[in-house]
Design a protein around this ligand. Sequence first.
Ligand code: FPP
Ligand code: MG
Length: 300
Amino acid sequence: MKQLEDVKTLMSKWIADLNNSYIRDTFNSIESGKMVRSKLMFLIGDNRDEVVPLASIVELIHMASLLHDDVIDEADTRRGKPSVNATEGTKVSIMMGDILYSKAFVELGKYDQATIEAVAGAVTKLSIGEIEDVNLAKEFNSDENLYMGMIYRKTASLIETACRVSAIATDEDPEIYGEYGKNLGMAFQIIDDLLDIVSTSEELGKPALNDFVEGKTTLPYIYLYEQMGESDREKLKSLHGRVLSKDENSWILDKFKEFGVIKLTFRKAEEFSNRALEVIEDEEMVELQDIVETLMYRSF
Ligand code: FPP
Ligand code: MG
């Protein structure tokens, strides 16, 4: 997609305009990833040029959130490369995030009130979602509603907003595309959480069951807990938030199998992805449908 290159070029220009070679080089060393948010925005906005700056704003905010998230999660890698916090230190990673985020807001200031409010509101939600994620990880969480609210804010809200503001900019219906993005985002995060369990550590580039080791009781663990008897529940809780031995690792994986939890979780993701497909049913947007399929059936 040529437009994605335009987004990369504009982001690099905005950062180069700051006239600091260290910041420019550090920025350019960051892998841009799949740019799912931009892709969605161009598909909704029929590849129109006015989407380029708006998509660049969203991508900068997304990058900023990952720079902060990798500090919070103490992650050494991001997109298969050493993370900025690993190579440059946590202080640089946090401030690089601040620069990308505030530069995005300088550009956002040129837009209409509805767009500004939507994007600024999404960043607030993102940050609240990240705090919820951190706090929920302190204890074993078995509350599905808390998990759903957290992933909505942490992940789905920015995707929802990206779709919404692209629709505003290109005279499409923001409600329809916002609802599509929200449901796609929910499905995306649930699949991400599932992949932490079903992928090998080589595929993930991090240890298997890493979320649970980090204290994150994602949806499969919540479903497992709901299905189990009391003594299994106690054992599961006792393993929460610590490094697992080989036997403990296999015990959890066996229990997932025993209770059909992977299928159950996948079905929940499907509820969201079906809803995303349903809301765009009348729009005849094959590529937006394809993105839903791709996200649902990706392997890692
Ligand atoms: C990845 O989660 C993180 C997010 C989706 C959002 C994080 C948001 C913030 C840190 C707030 C950002 C604030 C500003 C001002 C930009 P994850 O750890 O589950 O996923 P991962 O495996 O990709 O790290
Ligand atoms: Mg993380």
